[in-house]
Structure formats: structure tokens, C-alpha cells
Design a protein around this ligand. Structure first.
Ligand code: NZQ
Ligand code: ZN
Length: 387
């Protein structure tokens, strides 16, 4: 196990009706917020009214900025920064899924940087502070409610890039599983695919002696395999929704990656898809992850065999461990398929013509992946395997 520093400072307020506490939580920081949300799901569900009521009860003034799109855009972030400067707002309240939270984080970071906020995503600048943000989560998937990252798409050239800093971890995350009852099944399944990918990006490592976190990863994966079909069958099953919501946070707050080298190639390969074709991130991962597994498993037969046995309960064939592993990869793919996720690029309507360009963009800064280093040709091969 490697040395590590792990800090997860977010305060989690979990359970039924917790959104009513938002006013009190915000009050600890400020009397004025940017109330940031997406395309309107919070109005349909009635959450918007409850948030407004709670803010008003505490005398908190708010300026609204709605319309965050899935795969959030840089132009919206710039608009948010402008509003915050003009209105002298120093706290962002994000109500929604990962896209809204990421947009809020980018505004919070951009407010503390004199240059253009995109510089941060290009690694051209480092920050020493960011505005505080608070979250009410409506979609368990990205783990952004506690993670140190924000992923933004620059419409000029369709680049999707991440910025990572502990400074942008939310101060609090309000998590009421009931708020996820309204999620369409495609978003529910894509969300769980993302959660499982966050675990697997950490699980598949060459680092020895990480048994504790291996077991946590396996438990998280098994828990998702059990609970996603329940939530799909009965969207109002509180118990299943709660398991998924909490697992989504733990899958990506950094705990499961402690002491190990993480991979992240599949995420980078997927981000090229959602940058250009605007696909749902978790759906893209359901396509890419099994293809990546097929391409790299020979580099760590032991780890992939452990995955087969412990996560998918496959009886190992010691004379043919590769066969055991291929069964596990197939089971992973079947699971996503049965839950309504696409598992091929064709199903996502992604043609062949830009695969080369995406492979190039993906490896622009050098090879990707912690388990195996992947170059442009490897990424292209993985796209072909995913067709
Ligand atoms: O915009 P509204 O109307 O709210 O609708 C949203 C949106 O259309 C809808 N939705 C959210 N909660 C709902 C709901 N519909 C009904 N009921 C609810 N309770 O769902 C749609 C998708 O929302 P979005 O926020 O885009 O989804 P998600 O949470 O999956 O976020 C995806 C983004 O996060 C990035 C992804 O790349 C993608 O851009 N990621 C962020 C990470 C991070 N910051 O740590 C890590 C991830 O790996 C990921 O890259
Ligand atoms: Zn993800």
C-alpha cells in the first residue's frame, strides 16, 4: 500500500426530508447565494419550491441561474462568474445532478482566479482558494457531491476536461433518496454504471497489498448489482435508492482509491464520446468499460480473476483463468444490457469517422491509464472493440 493523504471534508446530511435543512446550512456561510440548477426537473418534482421556502425562512437572498445542460458547458460557467461578480455573491448552491454541481464548482473556482476559468482545466494555473459551495443531490452517479473534481465541456472545439482540487469539495451535501424517485430508468441505470466505473477505475491496479480497499470495492459493486434491478423495477423503493445514493458518494470521494495507483483510462476514453456526441456519461462508460477490460486484462490476470470470483461469484478454472475472466467481462456487459444501458457504440449512434480524432485528443498529453499505459493506437483499438 502506498502512502496517502485523504481528506473528505463534506458534511453529509442524508435521509428523508433533509432538503428542508438547506436554509439553515447555507446560513452558516452567507446571506446571499447563487441558486444554480438544471433544465427544470426540480420544478416538476416540487423540490424548487421547498428550497425557496427554506432559504426564505432563513432570510437568505438568492439569484437564480438555471439551464445547466448535461455535460455542462463553459459558457454557462462564465455566465455564472459574471453574475456572482456583479451581484457580489460568494456562495453557490447547486441543486441537481453532477452537471449542476460541476458547473457550480467551476464558478466557485473561477471566481477566485483573475484569468479565464478555462486555464484551470488546461492546467495553466493553480488556485489557493475557491468559493464555498453547497449541494442538494438529485441524481446519484458522479459522486461530485463529495469529489474534488469538476468536468466541463468547452464548446469551442468540444473539449471535455476536468479540474481537480480539494478546494472545490462541497461544504455540505444534502442527500434525500426520495428525490431520486422521479429519475427516468435510463438515468438511474446510467448513474449506477458511473458509480461502478468509479469503483473499477480504482479496483484494477497493480498495487499489491490493498486487500482492505479491494474488499470495500467488491462490496460496493455487489451492492449496486443487487440494488439497481430493484430500483428499476420499483422506482419508489426507498431502501434500494438509499443504497445507491450513499454508494455513489463513497465510490468517488477518494476513500476507495487510498493507497493505490488508480487507472482512469476508461473515463478519459468516454469523455471524448460525451464531448462530441453529448451522450450520457454513465451510458458511455457501459460501452467503454467492458471493451477496456477485454483489451487490458492480460496485464493483470490475478486481479481480473479475483474480480470474476469475488464480484460475479464465478467458479475459477485454474487451467483456464482467461476463460474465467472473459466470463466475468461478459457478465458485466450483460448486467448493463439487462438494466437498459447501451453496450456498443452503434447503440449510441456513434459512427466510425471520428474515432481516430477522439483517440488523438484523448492521448494529446501522453499515454493514459494507471494499470496499463495506453497510447493513441490502443485507444483506437478499444473504440473498435466497443463497436
Ligand atoms: O437538468 P434537469 O432538468 O435537472 O434534468 C437532469 C438531466 O437532464 C435529470 N435529472 C437529474 N435529477 C433528476 C433528473 N430527472 C428527474 N428526476 C431527478 N431527480 O438527469 C439528467 C442528467 O443530469 P446530469 O447532472 O447531467 O447527470 P449526472 O449526474 O450523471 O452528471 C454527469 C456529468 O458529470 C460528469 C460527467 O462527465 C457529466 O458531465 N462527471 C463528474 C464527476 C465529478 N465531478 O467528480 C465525475 C464523473 O466521472 C463524471 O465525469
Ligand atoms: Zn464517472
Amino acid at each position: 500500500m502506498q502512502n496517502f493523504i485523504f481528506q473528505s471534508p463534506t458534511k453529509f446530511i442524508f435521509g428523508k426530508e433533509t432538503e428542508y435543512k438547506v436554509g439553515k446550512e447555507v446560513k452558516r456561510y452567507t446571506n446571499k447565494v447563487l441558486f444554480h440548477y438544471g433544465g427544470g426537473s426540480i420544478k416538476k418534482s416540487g423540490l424548487y419550491d421547498r428550497v425557496v421556502k427554506s432559504l426564505q425562512e432563513e432570510g437568505i437572498e438568492f439569484v437564480e441561474l438555471s439551464g445547466v445542460q448535461p455535460n455542462p458547458r463553459l459558457s454557462m460557467v462564465r455566465k455564472g462568474i459574471q453574475i456572482c461578480k456583479k451581484e457580489e455573491i460568494f456562495f453557490i448552491l447547486a441543486v441537481g445532478g453532477g452537471s449542476v454541481i460541476d458547473s457550480a464548482k467551476a464558478i466557485a473556482a473561477g471566481m477566485c482566479y483573475a484569468g479565464d476559468v478555462w486555464d484551470l482545466f488546461e492546467g495553466k494555473a493553480k488556485l489557493s482558494q475557491a468559493l464555498p459551495i453547497g449541494v442538494i443531490l438529485t441524481l446519484p452517479a458522479t459522486g461530485s457531491e463529495a469529489s474534488n473534481s469538476t468536468v466541463i465541456t468547452n464548446e469551442e472545439g468540444w473539449y471535455k476536461k476536468g479540474y481537480h482540487s480539494d478546494l472545490i469539495r462541497p461544504k455540505f451535501a444534502i442527500m434525500n433518496p426520495e428525490l431520486t424517485f422521479t429519475l427516468p430508468s435510463y438515468q438511474t441505470a446510467s448513474g449506477v454504471s458511473d458509480i461502478m466505473a468509479h469503483v473499477m477505475e480504482r479496483y484494477f491496479t497493480n498495487e499489491p497489498n490493498v486487500d482492505f480497499t479491494d474488499r470495500l470495492c467488491e462490496a460496493t459493486l455487489k451492492c449496486m448489482i443487487k440494488n439497481l434491478p430493484i430500483a428499476l423495477k420499483n422506482p419508489k423503493d426507498y431502501a434500494a435508492r438509499a443504497e445507491i445514493m450513499w454508494a455513489g458518494t463513497i465510490a468517488h470521494n477518494g476513500l476507495l482509491g487510498t493507497g493505490r495507483v488508480e487507472d482512469w483510462a476508461s473515463h478519459k476514453i468516454e469523455h471524448e464520446l460525451s464531448a462530441i456526441y453529448d451522450v450520457t456519461h454513465g451510458a458511455g462508460l457501459a460501452v467503454i468499460f467492458p471493451a477496456w477490460m477485454k483489451y487490458v486484462y492480460k496485464n493483470n490476470i490475478g486481479k481480473f480473476a479475483q474480480f470474476a470470483v469475488r464480484v460475479w461469484d464465478i467458479e475459477p478454472d485454474f487451467d483456464d483463468l482467461e476463460g474465467t475472466i472473459l466470463k466475468a467481462i461478459q457478465k458485466t456487459k450483460n448486467f448493463f444490457q439487462q438494466c437498459g444501458c447501451p453496450t456498443t457504440l452503434k447503440e449510441l449512434n456513434i459512427p466510425e469517422d471520428r474515432l481516430e480524432e477522439m483517440s488523438e485528443k484523448c492521448t494529446q498529453k501522453g499515454p493514459i491509464g494507471g494499470l496499463v499505459k495506453l497510447y493513441k493506437e490502443d485507444v483506437l483499438n478499444i473504440y473498435h472493440l466497443a463497436q
